[in-house]
Every structure is written in structure tokens, then in C-alpha cells.
Design a protein around this ligand. Structure first.
Ligand code: C2E
Ligand code: CA
Ligand code: CA
Ligand code: CA
Length: 280
């Protein structure tokens, strides 16, 4: 490359070139993987605080390439950068809604047990989002309340007229809305009052040391109290031990999600595990 002046030489370091090349290859891999149907969804059940009753299932995107699993934390950020998340996100919505409908038809899960889908910020500003969700629900005959959308705090913090309009339209449609990774973003809580939210998901990083850190207990306790004052349900993410579950129960947490109760699993495994009557 030609020299572009003394302030630009750093853009041409070998490491940066290698990184750019790696993302390009990954992007191509994603495109190929979409064509080859290498993507699929697992579902992680959420439980009430007894740890016995299923109250929801979160759809989680998976990519298996030549028998090797690629981590979502690797490919999802890239999909967001390239805009591929719009197409993939619609496929996730469609697949999760259709799956929830199948579970309903086979009487597997109670009526008050939505499927949760993660939405990335990029999908939010896409004018096609709301019409697509409305169409997917209609075509699959699923009640809107059986679909929950998980958004991060950032989306509510943006609070532009576009974000506001989309949130209003989603609320009007009747889908549920929860805030993902709560506590990791900004600390302004004003938006909790401003928007019609159904649940807060306390980020795993607060739950991890809840059995040894008084500080984390205090933070979690105050999040739960705040949420309840606003009539929101609280889900604790990443619950891995009985000790954590016991503390969360004592703090009045509503729901839990984590390896202790269930890992993300294929739809067939969900059917197997929750074939009536439900087993722990
Ligand atoms: P997330 O939405 O916070 O999802 C929870 C993550 O925690 C999942 O990781 C799940 O497998 C993991 N997890 C659940 N319980 C436990 C536990 O007890 N211990 C540990 N160590 N981990 C637990 P996963 O599946 O790797 O997904 C990572 C992130 O990728 C998700 O974080 C979400 O932000 C994103 N993601 C996944 N699927 C989608 C999707 O369809 N669309 C979008 N936009 N993002 C997605
Ligand atoms: Ca999530
Ligand atoms: Ca989360
Ligand atoms: Ca997360």
C-alpha cells in the first residue's frame, strides 16, 4: 500500500491485515453456512424459583461447521457488523415461533410459557422488524404473548424516535419484552418506567459470586426490589449451583435460568425431558 501520511501507517500493520482477513473469511463462512443450513437453535428452559416448573425457553443460535461448534460470541458480533443479523434474526424468529407452536400442539408446555428470542440492536432499527414479527405470528397461529423478545439496555437507552416507535409497536402487537444482561450497561433506570417491560434478566456476572460476595448479594437484592416495585418479573441468569439458587429464593427472585436446572438443548431433548408429567 502507498503511504498515506504519518498518521495512517498503523492501519497497515500485519496484525491488522490478518484480523481483517480473518473477519472476511468468517463472513464468507457465515454466508456459506447459511446456504448450507449449518445454523440451528437450541433452547434453554427457564424455571420458577422452585426449580421445578418451566416458565419459558430461550432460543439460542448455534453454528456447527464441519462438526465443530463455533461460539455465538464469535459469529454474532460479526453478523451484527455485516448486517447479516437481519436475515439470520428473522430466521431465528420464524424457527422459534414455529417450534413453540409445535410444542403447543403436542401439549408439551403450559400456555403461560413463552419462547424468548434475542434481538440485536441492529435489528431494531430495521423497518422490516415489526411487520416480520406480525407476519410470523400470524402465519404460525401463535398468540403474541407466547413470544418474548430479549433486548439489551442499550436499545432503551438510545431512546430515539425510531426506537420509541418500534417499542410502542411491539407493545401494541402484544409480544413480551425483557431486558437482557441487566446491570452491565448504563446505570440510568429512568427508562424502566418509560417503557412497557415485562421482565429483567440479571446478568450472570452478578450471580457468579453471589454465594461468596456480600456485595453481589446486595446488588442483586436491590435489583430484585427495584424490579418488583415496578411490577417486573426477575430472571437470574447463569445459575450453576444449589447455593446460588437458595440465595436467590431467599431474595425473592422469580425465575432462574442456568446449567443447574438445564443447559441449552435441542427441541427433541426438550420434548423428552418435559413430557408430561414434568420431571425435575
Ligand atoms: P445471552 O442472551 O446472555 O444468553 C445466555 C448465554 O449464557 C448463552 O450463551 C447460554 O448458553 C449461557 N448460559 C446459560 N446458563 C449458563 C450457566 O449456568 N453457565 C454458563 N457458563 N453459561 C450459561 P450462548 O448460547 O453462547 O450465547 C451467547 C450470546 O450470544 C447470548 O447471550 C446472546 O447475546 C447471543 N445470542 C445467542 N443467540 C442469539 C440470537 O439468536 N440472536 C442474537 N441477536 N443474539 C444471540
Ligand atoms: Ca438472552
Ligand atoms: Ca443474558
Ligand atoms: Ca450475555
Amino acid at each position: 500500500a502507498k503511504s498515506l501520511g504519518r498518521n495512517t501507517f498503523e492501519f497497515f500493520t500485519p496484525e491488522l491485515n490478518a484480523r481483517a482477513k480473518a473477519s472476511m473469511l468468517l463472513e464468507q463462512g457465515i454466508r456459506h453456512g447459511l446456504d448450507q443450513q449449518e445454523f440451528y437453535l437450541d433452547y434453554q428452559p427457564q424455571f420458577d424459583i422452585s426449580g421445578q416448573r418451566v416458565v419459558g425457553l430461550e432460543a439460542l443460535l448455534r453454528w456447527r461447521r464441519n462438526h465443530v461448534a463455533v461460539q455465538p460470541d464469535i459469529f454474532i458480533p460479526l453478523m451484527e457488523q455485516t448486517g447479516q443479523i437481519n436475515r439470520v434474526g428473522e430466521w431465528v424468529l420464524e424457527t422459534a415461533v414455529r417450534q413453540r407452536r409445535v410444542w403447543q400442539q403436542t401439549g408439551l408446555l403450559t400456555d403461560d410459557c413463552p419462547v424468548a428470542v434475542n434481538l440485536s440492536p441492529r435489528q431494531f432499527t430495521n423497518a422490516q422488524l415489526v411487520p416480520a414479527i406480525a407476519r410470523i405470528l400470524r402465519e404460525n397461529g401463535l398468540a403474541p404473548a407466547m413470544l418474548e423478545l430479549e433486548v439489551t439496555e442499550g436499545i432503551l437507552m438510545e431512546n430515539t424516535s425510531v426506537h420509541r416507535k418500534v417499542l410502542d409497536q411491539l407493545h401494541e402487537l402484544g409480544v413480551r419484552l425483557s431486558i437482557d444482561d441487566f446491570g452491565t450497561g448504563y446505570s440510568s433506570l429512568a427508562y424502566l418506567i418509560d417503557f412497557d417491560i415485562d421482565a429483567l434478566k440479571i446478568d450472570k456476572s452478578f450471580i457468579d459470586h453471589i454465594d461468596t460476595s456480600e456485595k453481589d448479594v446486595a446488588i442483586t437484592a436491590s435489583i430484585i426490589q427495584l424490579a418488583h416495585n415496578l411490577r417486573l418479573k426477575v430472571v437470574a441468569e447463569g445459575v450453576e449451583s444449589q447455593a446460588q439458587l437458595d440465595i436467590l429464593r431467599r431474595l425473592g427472585c422469580d425465575y432462574v435460568q442456568g446449567y443447574l436446572c438445564a443447559k441449552p438443548m435441542a427441541p427433541e431433548a426438550v420434548a423428552q425431558r418435559f413430557a408430561a408429567p414434568q420431571k425435575p
